[in-house]
Write a protein of this length. Structure first.
Length: 761
């Protein structure tokens, strides 16, 4: 548990370094061309900001820092109205341009397209349901994965390990992140949104769009969730191995739409996304020289703006110096939202107010498993933030040194070398010459931290007034730290409750499925033993009697017994195969040929049935890697259901098409039969459940197909409405082509030295 908290705290500290997220080079080039022009085109700049999550986040930061209330910043249009194009253009001049290595390792081009596709889909969804402003939906969906943008930029090595685990085992991205990093990208995105001044509504969308049924999520999170599903269904998923867990049609119905509407929205997005990407420069690949000229122009514009701001800043600092730092400490602490902010505020206030050479305030974690603090010097200000794990060998007496508790009369500071030995053991050489003193931060008789300091003049003796001020500062700092820790605990508890809710839902679904399969396996095994032996005896005796029987009527009756015992044996064998299917034998398969083969087989079985079977295939469909037999049987089961649904006459079409991102292949089996009502559709994949009257089917067709698709790393979804037919989509991952041989190409990339945060990740 302590290790997990330490992981989370390390990630939080890294997040505090992020002020701006990187922008793809092509988008950066287009933006700088617009923002360095003599005449600013507000509409074109807004269009670029509305297409890139990093730029949208930065625009909101500019508005929040200007004092505009977060809940008024619900769309990029609202941000531009609040701040104005001149200030936004100036704020975007210092854009962070994404480097090629980080872009490749983090797959950020795919993420950029996923965010844009999700935003476009959300805007259309909102315009159709009418309960959410479309511009609000666009901004929320554009920002929903800012945590994913930050991770490869912030922790490239650790995030590469996350992607490797996802690819190797098919693990959910969120689960892999929580396992390796201690926190997932949804929580990281929420933390960034909090720090950057986003509204609570946007924070909840970023945090809960994977869990839209949480009561606090809201309609905007549900719209974003549906848009995310539509984008993934159209092939714009961030990672090609991601599993689409929810049924898109059912999610759409909860918002008042239908599965057909969702499919139409996806097709609309897929048809225009490339045009939108080109219009903001995403398809361009600028040369270093082109970027350099644009950056030089941006720096020139920034320099002129900086000179004007510096003049204004000197006036503000002159007024600030007249203020009494001690009087304003309490209000400064009230604005702090994290322990680190409290520590930095205390360090700077103590140093400036009392003329210290060195100030080191620190806090003790509530479980005493780590110590956090900052080092502030006269020359550099706050120059170090540290986080130390407390080992078992360090006794609480060392950490909770016997400081005198504050009383009405100020108590003189104590020598730190005697009571704060842990600090000198770790950073003693960095503290400079002594002597050093310390005062505790005590709240309700419990030490929550302390302040270690050194005077500028080593021979200085503190006056009674200075001592009283130090004790007062320490008391105020202790209260602020305890408040910040309590707020952090509440935030952590809410996040933990949301995660527990998600885990309970997943566990309940998995438990029910495992219970059904386990019961089926047990029944099949017992049936094979308890029923087959008596059946063999009955069948054998009946065959012996039939061979000797001379009367035709009695031979026919005995043959009926033999036929039915054979049927019972076949049923038992079928149940056994469903409960314990064979492992797939993967091979490269042409999906179009497979579809035509299955349909041709059914053509021969139709006879005079009034059902029209056809195959529609895209011109270029990549091969898939599956067990040909199992994939074919899954298609056969679905096709059998479709043909039976159209028994009174109808059309059944098998469509084979690549997804938009060309990373998967989809089989869509569409019939114009009577469709299913919601009750039957909800249980379509349950073993032994059949929508037909008793005796016609055993209810294992679709469940068996579903298990076969899952075993071959595929996905299967069903959409159906009464009177509108049924569509079953089966998606398999496309076989990836082999990568280029570096020896043939003649170029090799040298390994990049690790940054400090990568080495420690």
């Amino acid at each position: 548990m302590a290790s997990s908290r330490l992981k989370q705290r390390k990630v939080e500290l890294l997040l505090e370094r992020i002020e701006h997220l990187p922008v793809p080079p092509g988008v950066a080039r287009h933006l700088l061309t617009l923002t360095t022009a003599d005449h600013l085109n507000a509409r074109e700049i807004q269009q670029v900001v509305e297409s890139d999550a990093s730029l949208a986040a930065r625009a909101i930061q500019l508005a929040a820092r200007a004092g505009h209330p977060p809940e008024a910043l619900t769309s990029i249009e609202a941000v531009f109205r609040a701040v104005g194009v001149d200030e936004i253009a100036a704020g975007l001049l210092s854009v962070n341009i994404l480097d090629g290595e980080t872009q490749r390792r983090g797959r950020l081009v795919r993420l950029w397209r996923h965010n844009l596709a999700t935003a476009m889909a959300a805007q259309v969804i909102a315009s159709r349901i009418g309960t959410v402003p479309p511009d609000d939906a666009l901004l929320a969906a554009l920002l929903h994965d800012i945590g994913l943008i930050a991770l490869p930029f912030l922790m490239p090595k650790a995030f590469s390990q996350v992607l490797e685990r996802v690819e190797a085992s098919g693990t959910d991205v969120l689960e892999a992140e929580r396992d390796l990093l201690g926190v997932d990208h949804a929580v990281i995105g929420k933390r960034l949104a909090q720090r950057w001044g986003f509204s609570e509504t946007l924070q909840n969308v970023i945090w809960l769009h994977h869990q839209p049924n949480v009561p606090s999520a809201g309609t905007l999170a549900q719209v974003t969730h549906l848009a995310d599903l539509i984008a993934c269904q159209e092939g714009f998923a961030y990672h090609p191995s991601l599993q689409i867990r929810d049924n898109t049609a059912e999610v759409a119905e909860r918002l008042g739409l239908s599965g057909i509407h969702a499919e139409q929205i996806g097709q609309q997005v897929a048809s225009v996304i490339d045009f939108n990407a080109r219009s903001v420069g995403m398809e361009d690949e600028p040369t270093p020289g082109q970027l350099y000229r644009l950056v030089v122009g941006a720096n020139s514009r920034l320099a002129s703006l900086y000179r004007a701001a510096a003049d204004h800043g000197r006036e503000l600092r002159a007024h600030a110096r007249r203020a009494d730092l001690l009087v304003h400490l309490n209000s400064r602490l009230a604005a702090c939202r994290s322990p680190r902010q409290v520590l930095e505020t205390v360090a700077e206030t103590v140093r400036e107010a009392l003329g210290m050479r060195l100030v080191v305030p620190y806090l003790l974690a509530r479980q005493f498993d780590y110590i956090e603090g900052v080092r502030c010097t006269e020359e550099e200000g706050v120059e170090q933030h540290f986080l130390y794990e407390v080992s078992q060998s360090e006794t609480l007496k060392t950490l909770l040194a016997d400081h005198p508790a504050p009383t009405a009369a100020p108590v003189a500071p104590m020598r730190a070398e005697r009571v704060e030995s842990w600090l000198f053991e770790r950073v003693g050489e960095q503290l400079g010459p002594g002597p050093f003193y310390t005062v505790p931060m005590v709240v309700e008789g419990v030490k929550v931290g302390g302040i270690v300091f050194a005077w500028k003049d080593a021979s200085h003796d503190p006056t009674p007034q200075e001592t009283a001020e130090l004790v007062a500062l320490a008391g105020m700092a202790g209260v602020a730290l305890k408040r910040a820790q309590a707020e952090a605990d509440l935030v952590g508890l809410s996040e933990e409750l949301a995660e527990v809710n998600r885990e309970l839902e997943v566990a309940q679904e998995a438990r029910l499925q495992q219970r059904n399969v386990a019961s089926l396996s047990e029944m099949a095994a017992g049936a094979a033993h308890e029923i087959n032996n008596p059946l063999a005896v009955i069948s054998g005796r009946a065959q012996q009697l039939a061979a000797k029987e001379k009367e035709a009527d009695r031979r026919e009756m005995l043959q009926t017994i033999i036929d039915h015992t054979t049927r019972i044996s076949d049923i038992i064998a079928e149940l056994h195969r469903f409960a314990r299917p064979p492992a797939p034998q993967f091979e490269t398969v042409d999906p179009v040929a497979l579809a035509r083969e299955v349909v041709a087989d059914f053509q021969g079985k139709l006879g005079d049935a009034p059902v029209a079977l056809s195959v529609e295939a895209h011109k270029t469909v990549p091969p898939i890697r599956v067990d040909r037999t199992q994939a074919g049987e899954a298609l056969q089961e679905v096709l059998q259901n479709a043909v039976e649904a159209c028994a009174e006459g109808g059309n059944v079409t098998v469509m084979v098409q690549p997804l938009a991102a060309e990373q998967a292949v989809r089989f869509a089996i569409v019939d114009d039969g009577p469709g299913m009502d919601p009750q039957i559709r909800a249980r379509a994949f349950d073993p032994f459940y059949s929508g037909y009257e008793a005796g016609r089917h055993r209810g294992l067709g679709l469940p068996r197909a579903f298990r076969a698709v899952q075993a071959n790393n595929g996905q299967m979804a069903l959409e159906s409405q009464p009177g509108r037919g049924t569509t079953v989509r089966i998606t398999f991952r496309a076989e990836e082509p082999p990568g280029p041989d570096p020896d043939v190409i003649g170029t090799k990339r040298e390994p990049r030295p690790l940054a400090d945060e990568e080495k420690g990740a």
